[in-house]
Every structure is written in C-alpha cells, then in structure tokens.
Design a binder for this molecule. Structure first.
Ligand SMILES: C[S@@+](CC[C@H](N)C(=O)[O-])C[C@H]1O[C@@H](n2cnc3c(N)ncnc32)[C@H](O)[C@@H]1O
Length: 204
C-alpha cells in the first residue's frame, strides 16, 4: 500500500515542514485526494462563475498545488488560469496537467509574491489553513487585489475552528474594506467527513 499523507496534513507547524510534506506528497496527492471525494475545487469554480461572467479574464490560482483547482476553473470555462505554488514537486504535477498559462514557483518567505493589481480574480482552494498558508497570506492577497477584485477561497472545518483564519475575513468585512458576496458550507473531503465553506469576497 502506498504511503498516505492526508492525515498528517492538518498538523504541520512550520513553513519548512509544510513544504517538505507537499514535496513528498506530490506524486500521490491526486489519487489520495480523489479517493476522499475532493469537492472544493468545483465548488470554488462554480461560485466564482456566479459573479464573473467574462470568462476570458485571467484568474490567479494561488497555492495551485498539483493543479486540481486550476483544472476545475478550466472546466467551468475560465480561459486563462495562472498558478503560484511554493512546492517544486506539486508545481511539476500542475505543469503536466496543461491547465495553466503560467505557473510561478514562490518562496514562502516572500511576503509579497503577487504584484499589486496584477490580477482582478484570485482563488485560494484549500490553501489558507493549518498545514498550508498562514493567516497573513489572506491580507497579502487582499492587498494585491485592485478595488472591485474578487477573492474566492475555502476554509475547511479546521480553518473554520481557528479564529486566526476566520478573524481575517471578519476584520476586512467589518471595516468595509471587503464585501462578502457568497458563503456556502458544503462537501470538502466527504470520505473523511470534512467540509469547507467557500467564500467570494470583493475588495472595496
Ligand atoms: C491542500 S493543497 C491545495 C492545492 C490545490 N489548490 C488543490 O485544490 O488541490 C495546499 C497547497 O498550498 C500550498 N502552500 C503551502 N503554504 C503556502 C503558502 N505560504 N503560500 C502559498 N501556497 C502555500 C502547498 O504547497 C499546497 O500545494
């Protein structure tokens, strides 16, 4: 039986441990995640399409991993999808899918990997949460978006239980710096009974 990684993914504590984990997981990620019924990429793509009718506008799939989230965007009809990802091994898998126009490897120590105003549409599918990107990445993405830009993302049940993540959303929305357009709790990895909330927010 091949090694399983999903059960270790929610207890990673440092950026280095996270990077190492995803580098090792890359080759078997798609199979293990599919086995568990990974539903969030399709839900994110559908949610974004409710608020974005021009499907030719580029979408940045931040933390694109092996490219399952980019594939879902392409299946939804988004024509131009770029990816950013810190793990070289995950990124190599994404490259092989052919779903992206460009894929950029980012350094997790880089606090501003997205050029300000470069994308009006950004997605983060399964990226913000324990064992992946830290809460500050939420601010980085919102600062990079232009006014009117959309961030479509998910928090799984672990992230939803962590005020450090939910607090970021509340901070931006409560002061009127972002507007909550869509919020839906639904299937994430049904086989392990893990759900996620998908959000669409607009930068004010
Ligand atoms: C659960 S995977 C999701 C990948 C892909 N979006 C999907 O839906 O399959 C989380 C991804 O976040 C990436 N990640 C971890 N820390 C990150 C950070 N600080 N910034 C951006 N991506 C990060 C990981 O390398 C991994 O590919």
């Amino acid at each position: 039986m091949s090694e399983k990684f999903l059960d270790k993914a929610y207890s990673l504590e440092t950026p280095e441990a996270t990077l190492e984990h995803y580098n090792q997981w890359a080759a078997s990620y798609d199979a293990e995640i599919a086995e568990n019924g990974y539903a969030t990429p399709g839900r994110i793509a559908e949610a974004l399409a409710q608020f974005q009718t021009d499907l030719s506008e580029p979408v940045l799939d931040f933390g694109c991993g092996t490219g399952l989230s980019g594939l879902a965007l392409r299946r939804q009809g988004f024509e131009t999808v770029d990816g950013m990802e810190p793990s070289a091994e995950m990124l190599a898998q994404a490259q092989a899918k052919g779903a992206y126009r460009e894929i950029t490897q980012i350094d997790v120590a880089n606090r501003k990997p997205i050029r300000r105003g470069a994308y009006r549409l950004i997605t983060g599918c399964g990226v913000l949460g324990t064992g992946a990107a830290p809460p500050d990445v939420f601010d980085m993405i919102l600062h990079a978006l232009p006014k009117g830009g959309l961030f479509t993302f998910s928090y799984n049940d672990h992230a939803l239980a962590d005020r450090a993540y939910t607090g970021k959303l509340i901070e931006w929305v409560d002061v009127g710096a972002a507007r909550l357009l869509f919020q839906e709790h639904g299937e994430h990895l049904p086989k392990i009974d893990l759900k996620s909330t998908v959000y669409v927010i607009e930068k004010a």
